[in-house]
Ligand binder design. Structure first.
Ligand SMILES: *Cc1c(COP(=O)(O)O)cnc(C)c1O
Length: 448
């Protein structure tokens, strides 16, 4: 078989700036060792996130030129709405400036104190918005998924037994909706099977509970279903994605992920009454329902991106290239969340650095060292981000879509292996300053 190549060529380039170890040590001290507070221009390879960092296609840039900037009834909105409806089948498509705005509106309308919202694993902004609405955000991942080394084809599935017990215990009236996040970003970017989505649909509908998808990476999830779940290998990613959406009553979506857009999102629902309340709230903070805080050109970029992401050549390359990074470091002895997901590789820093206790943030310490050593930025997904809710101490290396080439990734592999070779000398860190919520964005650290 031939090498799976990047199925695109490069038309416009951005230079990368190199810095020395001494410069990076100074920059780290200045930003309190919080990599969110670095200037992006001081980073060589930026794997902080795959969110909003995609390279757009010529097709998307061309679509942006026809953005209709009308305040109300923009043509660009209708193009986005039609594209989303064709894919998802949802009755109402409400644009928002990004995914968390869709979350805030959805939970404001649906959640009250005393409510519980289960999810396979809540993303950080999802949890924060549910808690901000006074409800409880409950993670119900598969118990087996807690072991980063266990290889399951659909390790992102929601624990169905736990869901049934929760409904029986609390009563369906206290569960305003059930969410499933595809792919399961906070638990290793693992996919969710169609069988699991079908079961969640069956259980929720039996009790009259709405079922929503957090659909940020719907296309990557669809590709895993095609590759791994019996009965889907003959279906196109589009057909699989359509089936996934057909099981749900609505979704939240960040267009900064699988829509290759630099900003944007939307909220979908089949419920007319809810849609009305959601649009009223939208007007209050986001804007009129035909633009939702976005420019007409952004709506165009999203509409084009949702079509492009379902290209099988793209998805094959995407999953293969992320797996390439994962296999090269894991096979050389760096523990990662197995098996590799689509949008990121997660190093199990707890396992890699057993001499650094949880309270000294092993994954943050590794993030700091990888930047210091090689100018690479990853992000801690562990006790800094989730506090006591953290199941593991992970360093996520998210791969921006269509941005880095294989030689960039080879450099990342080499750098990680160099750090791994002297891992016993790494030290932990402590937090010296933190805000009231979502502390990982702005807190400051001190190396020990
Ligand atoms: C990114 C993300 C969100 C939030 O979207 P934003 O556009 O960053 O506000 C919600 N859920 C998941 C799973 C995500 O990855």
């Amino acid at each position: 078989m031939h090498t799976i190549i990047e199925p695109f060529r490069i038309k416009s380039v951005e230079p990368l700036k190199k810095t020395t170890v001494q410069e990076r040590e100074r920059l780290l001290a200045q930003c309190g060792y919080n990599l969110f507070l670095l200037a992006a221009s001081d980073i060589l390879i930026d794997l902080l996130t795959d969110s909003g960092t995609s390279a757009m296609s010529t097709n998307q840039w061309a679509a942006m030129m026809r953005g209709d900037e009308s305040y109300a009834g923009s043509e660009s909105f209708y193009r986005l709405r039609d594209t989303v409806q064709k894919l998802t089948g949802f009755r109402h498509v409400i644009p928002t400036h990004q995914g968390r705005a869709a979350e805030r509106i959805l939970f404001t309308v649906m959640c009250k104190p005393g409510h519980t919202v289960p999810n396979n694993t809540h993303f950080d902004t999802t949890r924060a918005n549910i808690e901000f609405a006074g409800a409880e955000a409950l993670d119900l991942p598969l118990p087996a998924a807690a072991d980063t080394q266990v290889r399951l084809p659909f390790k992102g599935d929601l624990d169905l037994d736990a869901l049934e017990q929760l409904i029986a215990g609390r009563g369906p009236e206290r569960i305003p909706l059930v969410l499933v996040t595809v792919t399961n970003n906070s638990d290793g970017g693992q996919p969710v099977s169609m069988a699991n989505l079908e079961a969640v649909r069956r259980i929720t509908h039996q009790h009259g509970i709405p079922f929503y998808l957090d659909a940020c990476r719907f296309a990557e999830n669809a590709w895993f279903i095609r590759e791994r779940e019996p009965g889907y290998s003959h279906m196109s990613p589009r057909q699989i994605a359509m089936k996934m959406f057909s099981l749900a009553d609505g979704c939240t979506f960040s267009a900064k992920k699988d829509a290759f857009a630099n900003i944007g999102g939307f909220l979908c629902t089949n419920d007319d009454m809810l849609a009305k309340q959601e649009k009223d709230l939208l007007i209050l903070t986001e804007g009129f329902p035909t633009y939702g805080g976005l420019a007409g050109r952004d709506l165009e970029a999203i509409a084009a991106g949702i079509e492009e992401v379902l290209d099988p050549d793209y998805l094959e390359y995407r999953i293969a290239s992320t797996g390439y990074l994962g296999r090269h470091i894991a096979d050389a002895g760096v523990p990662i969340v197995e098996p590799p997901g689509a949008h990121a590789i997660y190093i199990d820093a707890g396992r890699m650095l057993p001499h650094i206790p949880r309270q000294q943030y092993p994954a943050q310490s590794l993030a700091i060292e990888l930047y210091r050593h090689a100018g690479i930025r990853g992000v801690e997904i562990g006790s800094v981000m989730f506090g006591a809710h953290a199941r593991n101490e992970l360093l996520r290396l998210a791969i921006p879509r269509r941005v880095y080439t294989q030689s960039h990734i080879d450099y990342v592999v080499e750098s990680i292996l160099e750090v791994n070779a002297r891992k016993d000398g790494l030290r932990g860190c402590e937090i010296v300053e933190e805000p009231a919520f979502l502390r990982h964005f702005t807190c400051r650290f001190r190396p020990l």
